[in-house]
Design a protein around this ligand. Structure first.
Ligand SMILES: CC(C)(COP(=O)(O)OP(=O)(O)OC[C@H]1O[C@@H](n2cnc3c(N)ncnc32)[C@H](O)[C@@H]1OP(=O)(O)O)[C@@H](O)C(=O)NCCC(=O)NCCS
Length: 201
């Protein structure tokens, strides 16, 4: 198993892994094509990180992150507005989805937690079911921390849906500290964690 930076060509497979492993997440509901576009843009974005775990040439997991999420979404909207609108148009008719898109964009600008949160953020991490509990996510997480550190980042945040019990156990095991919770989407509690990278130095 090896961890490496994703290329443009890996993004479709990453989107598939995202959809499969995070089926109930809001981004997954926007569809595989939208996710592919999002990940391709992340690979292009200078302050974005997309790492993949590969086994025998097959993508078995990934972690995505940005140095500043709000700047990434701005970049995405500026560069991909037309393509993204085209992909989202059939879904935007669904008012619930439209509301969640605005909630996501609003969250990345302003959150309701009363402490200063790091701008850097781990956006998603996922490992295919057959490969879970073998330390794959741990390796991805450590590789991400190193990548952030190289970019002068000492801490990053993670927002986790309250129902993702395994993910919460994983983050705690990695040494992340829960600093609060808030309603990212109406009626859905999310927990917010911080990880201080110096723990690995
Ligand atoms: C969360 C997730 C990424 C963990 O991936 P993984 O490769 O299985 O995790 P690791 O094997 O590296 O686990 C490292 C440690 O985290 C903890 N952990 C991970 N999964 C766990 C689980 N299902 N139950 C309890 N503890 C768990 C354990 O302490 C584990 O160490 P151990 O196996 O030595 O006890 C994986 O379960 C997943 O893809 N879940 C679905 C997607 C998701 O919820 N992503 C988070 C989005 S924010």
């Amino acid at each position: 198993m090896q961890v490496r930076n994703a290329s443009f060509f890996d993004c479709r497979e990453v989107a598939k892994v995202h959809k499969e492993c995070l089926a109930k997440s809001f981004l997954a509901t926007l569809g595989e094509k939208f996710l592919t576009l999002l990940y391709k843009t992340l690979v292009k974005y200078k302050k974005g990180i997309l790492l993949i775990a590969e086994d025998d040439g097959k993508i078995i997991g990934f972690v995505s992150a940005t140095v500043a999420t709000v700047d990434f979404y701005r970049f995405f909207l500026k560069k991909k507005f037309i393509e993204a609108s085209f992909l989202l148009l059939p879904k935007a008719i669904n008012l619930n989805i439209l509301r969640k898109i605005f909630e996501t964009l609003r969250y990345s600008k302003k959150n309701k937690i009363n402490i200063l949160l790091p701008k850097a953020e781990l956006l998603s991490i996922a490992v295919k079911e057959d490969y879970q509990r073998k330390g794959v996510a741990q390796q991805l997480f450590k590789a991400l921390a190193k990548e952030f550190y190289k970019n002068g980042i000492n801490e990053f945040k993670i927002v986790v849906g309250d129902s993702l019990l395994n993910a919460k156990k994983f983050y705690r095991k990695m040494g992340c500290i829960k600093v609060g919770e808030f309603e990212l989407h109406r009626g859905e509690i999310s927990e917010i964690y911080i990880f201080k990278i110096k723990q690995y130095e």
